[in-house]
Design a protein around this ligand. Structure first.
Ligand code: GDP
Ligand code: IMO
Ligand code: MG
Length: 430
């Protein structure tokens, strides 16, 4: 069969993460054959609610709840194999088998306990200037990858003796570094070998030649959904550096992290919350520090799915959103958590930035400038009606419709899906 271009759809976080990617991927997976996570690691927390159950995935792609869908942890990931095993076992306990349909790329990098330790020690050493990482070892694991000293998932294919030798040598090397740089406690190489040997058979089974797997799938006419983690504004290159993660949650990461071609991609779907949140430190122009922020946090249950930290909350920022849309070539939008705005007395949408009297024409990427901008707002009347049962935009209250239309026009891209609740059923297809 000749290759059909455009059979790959990409789902990206448009803001600072936690936009509701998991829920949207679960929804869209029904129309795809393969779901691929392409970057990040267990710093992600993707929540899905379906049939009265809630699932939070840190590594496993959000398509796994749909029977018959293949799920791949792509080469762009940094995977903690111990966390992955826990996640697989937790799913099994809930009656969901991943056997024969969950795979991991041979070139994905591995996160080891020493990466988590270094993550924590680095954060502590930054004192007041910490990034507020999730502590999952993400930065140190990507640093090893770029430094060409990392371990890849293909390691699990080695025979036991060679496998043990590599782990022990690497751990000893890292312990030396931990001691000299941070005077930190060493990681026990033997304990680590024991833990990894216990999961080696499971990991050995799921590690595959992902290049052949994915390209054969596309050649064979299958459709693929690429699932991003984090969000564009946390991108290592295009985000609010240094307050970012260590991967590319934007479109480039989808290509390098899956190993597919840009010519395979059709829709680039941007997920945006109807307001804004951020976890960890760094600039956030529309943040509301007082009552409004607290109200959004409580209404939206804005507490981290990975670390449980309260998320910083504020208004929708169209300047940042348009930056994200342009950067990624987003052609469809899923606007999530629209229902959360019910009951807010007035709503604001940021349409521009200023520093003093001077207009800032576009999204400044450097954290220092972004820290100084003041948002320019358009204000809207709120609405009281509960939206959780609405299944068609024509039934939205007038004030909600006004807000929706303004946001869609401001984004400049059609809103194709609207979220009115956490459940799989609470997504409107527009
Ligand atoms: P992700 O990291 O982008 O997958 O998002 P998270 O799962 O970290 O956070 C999104 C949260 O909002 C989760 O608790 C979801 O269940 C919830 N959620 C997603 N979409 C909606 C929606 O449209 N309405 C409401 N009320 N909750 C939603
Ligand atoms: P999902 O996929 C929100 C943030 C951290 C911190 C910064 C760097 O659920 O949207 P890291 O541990 O990656 O080195 O931390 O990035 N961060 C996230 N914020 N959602 C996420 O993932 C995040 N993953 C990392 O809070 O500010
Ligand atoms: Mg999340």
């Amino acid at each position: 069969m000749s290759r059909k271009h455009g059979s790959v759809s990409v789902v990206l976080g448009g803001q600072w993460g936690d936009e509701g990617k998991g829920k949207v991927v679960d929804y869209l997976a029904a129309k795809h054959d393969v779901v691929v996570r392409f970057q990040g690691g267990a710093n992600a927390g993707h929540t899905i609610r379906a049939e009265g159950q809630e699932y939070i995935f840190h590594l496993i792609p959000s398509g796994i709840l749909l029977e018959g869908k293949d799920c791949l942890l792509g080469g762009g990931l940094v995977v903690d194999p111990l966390t992955l095993t826990e996640e697989i076992q937790a799913l099994k306990k809930r009656g969901i088998s991943v056997e024969g349909r969950l795979f991991m790329s041979d070139v994905a990098h591995l996160i080891m306990p020493y990466h988590r330790l270094i993550d924590r020690l680095q954060e502590e050493s930054k004192k007041g200037k910490s990034i507020g990482t999730t502590g999952r070892g993400i930065g140190p694991a990507y640093a090893d990858k770029i430094n060409r000293t990392g371990l890849r998932a293909e390691l699990f294919k080695l025979d036991d003796e060679r496998f043990k030798r590599v782990i022990i040598e690497k751990t000893i090397e890292k312990n030396r570094l931990i001691d000299s740089l941070y005077s930190g406690e060493p990681v026990s190489p033997n304990d680590l070998v024991d833990k990894l040997m216990a999961i080696k058979p499971i990991m050995g089974q799921i590690v595959i030649d992902a290049h052949s797997f994915l390209h054969d799938a596309v050649d064979g006419g299958k459709s693929v959904l690429l699932e991003g983690a984090q969000g564009t504004l946390l991108d290592i290159d295009h985000g609010t550096y240094p307050f970012v993660t260590s991967s590319n949650p934007s479109i480039g990461g989808a290509i390098s992290g899956s190993g597919l071609s840009p010519r395979d991609c059709g829709d680039v779907i941007g997920i945006f919350k109807a307001y804004c949140t951020r976890v960890g430190n760094g600039p956030f122009p529309t943040e509301e520090l007082e009552d409004v922020g607290e109200e959004l946090r409580q209404r939206g249950a804005e507490f981290g799915a990975t670390t449980g930290r309260p998320r910083r909350c504020g208004w929708l920022d169209l300047v940042a959103a348009r930056y994200s849309i342009r950067l990624n070539g987003i052609n469809k939008i899923a606007l999530t958590k629209f229902d959360i705005l019910s009951g807010m007395k007035t709503l604001k949408v940021c349409t521009g930035y200023r520093i003093g009297d001077v207009e800032v024409p576009r999204f400044p990427r450097d954290a220092a400038t972004l820290e100084r901008v003041e948002p320019v707002y358009e204000e809207f009347e709120g609405w009281e009606e509960d939206l959780s049962e609405v299944r068609d935009v024509k039934f939205l209250p007038a004030a909600a419709r006004t807000y929706f239309d303004f946001v869609e026009k401001g984004l400049g891209v059609p809103i194709a899906w609207l979220g009115v609740g956490p459940d799989r059923k609470q997504t409107l297809n527009l």
